[in-house]
Design a protein around this ligand. Structure first.
Ligand SMILES: Nc1ncnc2c1ncn2[C@@H]1O[C@H](COP(=O)(O)OP(=O)(O)OP(=O)(O)O)[C@@H](O)[C@H]1O
Ligand SMILES: [Mg+2]
Length: 258
């Protein structure tokens, strides 16, 4: 078996006296969709923030594509091939949908400030290239008809998909999605799910923090369950669903599998 794309080993994180994560380990294989689930306060967002460089771990190692990244700032992790969306929408409402997606090309753009200012031929051809990639992503995610519209005019579900397209514009091998279905109407959940599957079919690995259990069961190859900062279960959605430790964590002691 090949080396995992992402290895997080023995991650600990304390906040004051609170142990938000205790010796959590996780791998993501190339091309895998993995979900991280768990009750409120389990440590999912903290783990996510540590993996993407938003906040440091107290201890532990993170290896991405064979190299240690735990000391790298967030933008350098993007350059190495990790991209994420945030739970709250972060769009530029007065720019077009296409322009919003092109913002995500930033880490892949070579021209410096001076050549951009002078609008050299190299800059123009780079911009045309970025535009093509952004448009291809909108097509892949089914949002191409809105490319020329202002982002502020999108529905909430469309804006979520646009954010996924923007994260994808850096051409990551691992896409981290922070509750992509939160606040979406039911029909949009299906659309965003299909968008994630389309990206995965192109070989992109996905790490998903998500509360919508049906989405987790339908999309993920494997699931990691956190509770009170500890990994309590790991396996296929079917395995995890029948794990008594998981049932107890969600429903409280005394609940038993049917
Ligand atoms: N910056 C912080 N300072 C202090 N405590 C924090 C901080 N961030 C998170 N915590 C605490 O760490 C624990 C884990 O929080 P985290 O946000 O990772 O949980 P979660 O699994 O994402 O929960 P939810 O499903 O509600 O989003 C919680 O007890 C939380 O209060
Ligand atoms: Mg959270």
């Amino acid at each position: 078996m090949s080396t995992p794309l992402l290895i997080a080993d023995n991650i600990n994180r304390e906040f004051g006296g609170l142990q938000a994560l205790s010796r959590v380990s996780l791998t993501v294989e190339a091309g895998e969709i993995k979900a991280v689930i768990g009750p409120n306060g389990a440590g999912k967002s903290t783990l996510f923030n540590i993996l993407t460089g938003v906040t440091p771990a107290s201890s532990g190692q993170i290896i991405f594509d064979g190299q240690h990244i735990e000391r790298l700032p967030a933008h350098q992790r993007v350059e190495r091939g990790m991209a994420r969306t945030f739970q709250n929408l972060q769009i530029f409402p007065h720019m077009t949908v296409l322009e919003n997606v092109m913002v995500g090309r930033h880490s892949r753009t070579n021209s410096g400030f001076l050549s951009a200012f002078l609008n050299t031929g190299a800059v123009r051809s780079e911009r045309a290239h970025d535009q093509r990639i952004a448009m291809q992503l909108l097509e892949l995610l089914g949002l191409e008809d809105r490319a020329g519209d202002l982002a502020g005019d999108l529905s909430y579900g469309e804006a979520k998909i646009m954010e996924i397209a923007r994260a994808m514009a850096s051409q990551p091998r691992l896409l981290l999605l922070d509750e992509p279905m939160a606040g979406l109407p039911a029909d949009a959940v299906g659309t965003v799910s299909q968008a994630i599957l389309n990206l995965n079919a192109q070989g992109v690995a996905v790490l998903l923090v998500e509360h919508n259990v049906r989405v987790v069961m339908n999309l993920s190859h494997n699931v990691l369950v956190l509770n009170n900062g500890c990994a309590i279960s790991h396996g296929t959605p079917e395995q995890v669903r029948h794990d008594q430790a998981v049932i107890d964590a969600y429903l409280g002691e005394g609940a038993h599998a049917a």
